[in-house]
Write a protein that binds this ligand. Structure first.
Ligand code: 5AD
Ligand code: SF4
Length: 457
């Protein structure tokens, strides 16, 4: 009988990391490990880290520090650090932390079982942080009995070529590498065949999907001569044509790469949910230029107007950074004004955080912490108010909801999401299954959700 061992994975950061953790869990599962929810019971612990802001990186470090005791108690325990902090700090982590066995960058997760095995059997400590421009993401069919049964993430590309001056990602995830369209379509088909109804396509900048593969045979670095090459709108159309998939989403987009063809997809593809996450970062042209965003406020607003023309019910969400170096009260006022004009359905907002290798960390005119906090509070109050007003305006209408399951707070109620991704808790006396779609009449707007009643069957 083969001995089974337990693994425990803790994930920080973005959806790309969540998907990478699923892949690592699947790989460990295939090599005789069983997942546990208790780190004390684990023979292998993986911390999948995020480095986007200083706080996120700090959290990973302190968690890792806490696992030191477990290793002292059980020296056969293998501890691995994966993700963007691992990529960024590499080999030096092994020196700093003698109880850490493995450091694995995002391009190296597929080697996890082999590296864990070497660490366990031969105490080999490795920093696998190679980052190649011509990296090929291996084809990988997801396990179906793990994670959410009706909605899943599918990574379509990794890396980023944009070098926004605040951002660590191009330094940790390398250049843009698109997966082969055949592999992506096979993965989505596999998910659909197993009951998945909603897919979110993931990439740091999905709008430039396929660009690295274009001109196959004539210089495109990531495609062989006979490979199919397609851009993002073409990929969306092929995936939308797959039977079984009812809802299609994607994230994240860069405003400068938002093409008329992608905007047309919102008018023409029913399954494409009317929700667009379009990070603006700032409403001030001066700050956008210093961020190296390569668009102006006017360019951004023109894209928003085009999206709304193509799909009048589209919900637009965003990311905003306050307190970027050199941001004056006037620059910040321009951001507030833009927020009031666009009326975002939801938004993530952050205080600027200087990151290793990202140029803005060394800009001379850093904004004091208290100014950042005060601006963030003002911005968030405004964003909440607008989002609340948008929810309130939905009350009295019927919306299509995809069922997620029973409501977390009230087992008598069901919970699901609208096409624009708002949570709806609702009463329904029929039995429902996750992934099922039904009409819900909205009766009340709460802080971060809506309440309603299911329509007749
Ligand atoms: N400081 C604060 N926020 C940041 N983001 C990225 N880098 C930083 C940073 N150094 C934010 C951006 C991005 C989101 C994922 O995180 O708004 O869109
Ligand atoms: Fe970072 Fe800019 Fe690339 Fe987004 S587009 S990952 S913010 S460098």
């Amino acid at each position: 009988m083969t001995e089974t061992r337990n693994f425990y994975i803790e994930t920080f950061g973005c959806q790309m990391n969540e998907r990478d953790s699923e892949i690592m869990a699947q790989l460990l599962g295939q090599s005789a490990y069983v997942e546990t929810s208790r780190p004390e019971d684990a023979d292998c612990i993986v911390i999948n880290t995020c480095s986007i802001r200083g706080k996120a990186a700090q959290k990973a470090y302190s968690l890792l520090g806490g696992y030191r005791k477990l290793k002292e108690r059980r020296p056969s325990l293998v501890i691995a650090m994966a993700g963007c902090v691992a990529q960024q700090d590499g080999e030096s982590l092994l020196k700093k932390m003698p109880y850490l066995d493995l450091v694995i960058g995002p391009q190296n997760i597929y080697r996890l079982p082999e590296l864990v095995d070497a660490a366990r059997r031969r105490s080999v400590r490795t920093a696998a942080t190679g980052l190649a421009d011509d990296f090929v993401i291996p084809p990988f069919l997801p396990e179906i009995n793990k994670g959410s049964a009706h909605k899943r993430f599918v990574t379509i590309m990794q890396g980023c070529n944009n070098f926004c001056t605040y951002c660590v990602v191009p330094h940790t995830r390398g250049r843009e590498v698109s997966r082969r369209p055949e592999d992506i379509i096979a993965e989505v088909r596999h998910l659909a065949d197993h009951g998945v109804r909603e897919v979110t396509l993931l990439g740091q900048n999905v709008n430039s999907y396929g660009r690295d593969r274009q001109a196959a045979g004539t210089g495109g670095i990531n495609a062989g001569e006979n490979d199919r090459v397609m851009d993002f709108p073409a990929l969306l159309r092929e995936i939308a044509a797959l039977e079984g998939i009812r809802r299609l989403r994607f994230t994240t987009s860069h405003p400068k790469d938002l093409s008329p063809e992608l905007i047309r997809c919102f008018a023409e593809i029913d399954k494409l949910c009317p929700h667009f996450h379009l990070p603006v970062q700032s409403g001030s042209d001066r700050i956008l230029a210093r961020m190296n965003r390569k668009y102006t406020r006017a360019d951004y607003l023109a894209r928003v107007a085009e999206l709304r023309r193509a799909r009048p019910d589209i919900a637009i969400s965003t990311d905003i950074i306050v307190g970027f170096p050199g941001e004056t009260e006037e620059d910040f006022a321009a951001t507030m004004e833009l927020v009031n004009y666009v009326r975002y359905s939801s938004a993530f907002s952050f205080k600027f955080s200087g990151r290793p290798n990202a140029a803005a960390a060394d800009f001379p005119d850093q904004v004091p912490e208290e100014v950042k906090s005060e601006r963030l509070a003002r911005l968030q109050a405004q964003l909440e108010e607008i989002s609340g007003e948008i929810s309130a305006a939905m009350v009295g209408h019927a919306v299509e909801v995809m069922v997620e399951g029973r409501s977390k707070n009230d087992a008598e109620q069901w919970s699901g999401r609208t096409p624009c991704n708002r949570i709806v808790n609702f009463v329904c006396d029929r039995q429902l299954i996750p992934g099922q779609v039904l009409q819900v009449h909205l009766e009340e707007a709460c802080r971060h959700s809506l309440r309603g009643r299911a329509g007749a069957a």
